[in-house]
Design a protein around this ligand. Structure first.
Ligand code: URP
Ligand code: ZN
Ligand code: ZN
Length: 464
C-alpha cells in the first residue's frame, strides 16, 4: 500500500526542509510539497521531524561473550526499533577452529525470523589460518565487507600484530574494511594480575587495569600497521582524549582512518564504577568509562570530524546472574552495557539541545556516516528518491526519563537510568511498513531482513 507522510520537516545529514514523502513498495518514490496520491494512506507528521532510520554499526546481540550470552534478538531488535534504529550491523564471531562462514551462519540462524529490524554482520576474526584468508572474497561477495579484530581479551579473542597485518592485507585486496578494538591486551593482562595480587577485586579496578595509555598505544599501533599495509581501518569505541588525538593526527596525514565513539563514553564517567554493593559492575565495559576531560574531548572530536559515527556497542548482560559472575574478581564481569534503544534520544538531548551538534550532524553521526562506511548507502542512511523507506517520525518535544522499568531491552538494569530526555521517535517505518506507532511496537519479529552490504569504497567518497 502506498503511504504519504505529510506536514513534517525532513532532516538529512545535509538538509532541513518541509516536504511530503510518497512511499511505495518499500521505497521513497517522490519528495515534494503538497503531494497527493489516490489511494495512499496519509500519515500526518505535523510538528514532527522526519529522519532517516538510524543505523547502529556496533551491536552484540545474542552473542556468546565473556563466558555468558548477551540479550536476544527478540527483545533487543524491538528496543532498537522503538528507539528509531532500523538497521544494526552486529558482530558475528568466527568459532575457534572453524570458518568465518560458520560464524556468519550461526548469527544468521539466530537473527532470522527473530529480528524486528534489518541487520547485517561483521565477522570477528579469531583464528586466521590460510584457508580462512582464502574465505575472505566469499564473505565479501555474501554482503559482509567488514572484518573485526581484537587487540585485547588475551587468551580469548586477542590477535597478534602479524595476524593484524595479514588480516588488513587480505581485506584490502577484496575491498573489505577492518574494524579494530584498540587496547593492549598483554599489558592489561599484567595490570589485572597486579590488581588481583593486591586484593583489588572490585569493578573499579577494571578501569585501573585499563588506563587510557593502553588504548592510545594500541590505537597508534593499529594505525601504523594499517599504514604499512596501505589499508583503511575503522577504530571502534574510542573512549578518550589521547586515542582521539592519535586518530586526528592520522587523518591530518591523509590516512583513511575512520572511528566511532559510543553514548556511554559521552555521558557516563569512571565514577559509576565506584558504586557500592557491586553496582559498579553494571558499568564494566571495555575500554572503561573515563574522566570528564575525555568526555569533553570526545564531543570535540565529533564536532571536528575526527570521529565519524556513534555506535551503541550494545552488549547487554543482566546484573543478576551475569554481571554478578565477577563479584569476587572484576576480571570475570562480562564486559558490556546497553544503548541500542536510547542512542537517538540521548544524542538529541545531550548533543543537539545542549548546542554541541546540529540536527543534521546528529543524523550524519547516527545514520548517514555509518551507512556510508558500512556499505549501506544510498539505500539506507538518507531520505532520497530510491532509498529504502526506513523513516523515523521524531517528536522534538516529547519528554521522558530513562528507566529499566520502561525500557524495552531484555535487561534487569539500565546504564542510563534516571537520564532525562527530550525528543523521541513516535513512529518508525521499515521499508515502508510501520513497525512503531505512537511509541509502541506494532511490527513483527521477522520483519527484519539480512542486508547485503557493498564493499568499502563503493560509497565513501573520501577513500583514497
Ligand atoms: O565492553 C565491551 N565493549 N563489550 C563488547 C565487546 C567489545 O569489546 O566491543
Ligand atoms: Zn571492543
Ligand atoms: Zn563491541
Amino acid at each position: 500500500m502506498k503511504k504519504i507522510i505529510k506536514n513534517g520537516k525532513i532532516i538529512t545529514s545535509s538538509d532541513s526542509y518541509e516536504a511530503d514523502l510518497l512511499i511505495e513498495n518499500g521505497k521513497v518514490v517522490q519528495i515534494g510539497r503538497q503531494l497527493e496520491e489516490a489511494g495512499a494512506q496519509v500519515v500526518d507528521a505535523t510538528g514532527k521531524l522526519i529522519l532517516p532510520g538510524m543505523i547502529d554499526e556496533h551491536t552484540h546481540i545474542e552473542s556468546p561473550f565473556g563466558g555468558t550470552v548477551t540479550a536476544p534478538w527478540k527483545t533487543e531488535s524491538v528496543a532498537a526499533a522503538i528507539g528509531g534504529t532500523t538497521t544494526v550491523v552486529d558482530f558475528a564471531l568466527q568459532p575457534k577452529g572453524k570458518k568465518l562462514m560458520d560464524g556468519i551462519d550461526r548469527w544468521k540462524q539466530r537473527a532470522e525470523g527473530s529480528s524486528a529490524i534489518d541487520y547485517g554482520f561483521h565477522i570477528g576474526v579469531t583464528d586466521l589460518r590460510d584457508d580462512v584468508i582464502k574465505e575472505i572474497p566469499t564473505i565479501v561477495k555474501e554482503g559482509i565487507p567488514t572484518l573485526k579484530v581484537f587487540m585485547a581479551y588475551k587468551d580469548d579473542l586477542m590477535i597478534d600484530d602479524a595476524t593484524m597485518y595479514k588480516t588488513l592485507a587480505a581485506a584490502k585486496d577484496e575491498g573489505a574494511l577492518v574494524m579494530v578494538h584498540c587496547e593492549n591486551g598483554d599489558l592489561i593482562n599484567l595490570l589485572q594480575k597486579q590488581c588481583i595480587e593486591n586484593n583489588q577485586t572490585d569493578p573499579f579496578y577494571h578501569a585501573v587495569s585499563r588506563p587510557i595509555e593502553v588504548e592510545t598505544e594500541a590505537t597508534y599501533r593499529a594505525i601504523s600497521i594499517a599504514e604499512i599495509v596501505g589499508a583503511p581501518l575503522f577504530i571502534v569505541h574510542v573512549s578518550g582524549y589521547e586515542p582521539a588525538e592519535v586518530i586526528r593526527a592520522a587523518k591530518a596525514k591523509g590516512l583513511p582512518i575512520y572511528a566511532e565513539t559510543c553514548p556511554h563514553y559521552l555521558l557516563l564517567t569512571i565514577d559509576e564504577l565506584k558504586k557500592s554493593n557491586f553496582e559498579g559492575g553494571k558499568y564494566v565495559c571495555s575500554p572503561p568509562l573515563r574522566e570528564q576531560r575525555h568526555i569533553d574531548a570526545l564531543w570535540n572530536a565529533l564536532k571536528d570530524g575526527t570521529l565519524e559515527a556513534i555506535g551503541s556497542d550494545h552488549c547487554a548482560f543482566n546484573f543478576k546472574g551475569q554481571k554478578e559472575l565477577g563479584k569476587e574478581d572484576f576480571r570475570k564481569i562480562p564486559n558490556g552495557g546497553n544503548g541500542i534503544e536510547h542512542r537517538l534520544t540521548l544524542l538529541h538531548t545531550y548533543g543537539v539541545l545542549e548546542g554541541k551538534l546540529s540536527l543534521n550532524k546528529m543524523v550524519e553521526l547516527l545514520s548517514t556516516a555509518p551507512a556510508k562506511v558500512m556499505g549501506l548507502f544510498p539505500e539506507k542512511g538518507t531520505i532520497a528518491v530510491g532509498s529504502d523507506a526506513d523513516i523515523v517520525l521524531f517528536d522534538p518535544n516529547k519528554e521522558q526519563t530513562i528507566s529499566q522499568t520502561t525500557s524495552h531491552q531484555g535487561l534487569d538494569y539500565d546504564m542510563f537510568e534516571g537520564f532525562k530526555t527530550k525528543g523521541a521517535p513516535t513512529d518508525v517505518f521499515l521499508r515502508g511498513k510501520q513497525i512503531v506507532s505512537n511509541g509502541k511496537f506494532v511490527g513483527q519479529l521477522g520483519d527484519g531482513q539480512f542486508v547485503r552490504r557493498s564493499p568499502f569504497g563503493y560509497c565513501y567518497d573520501t577513500i583514497k
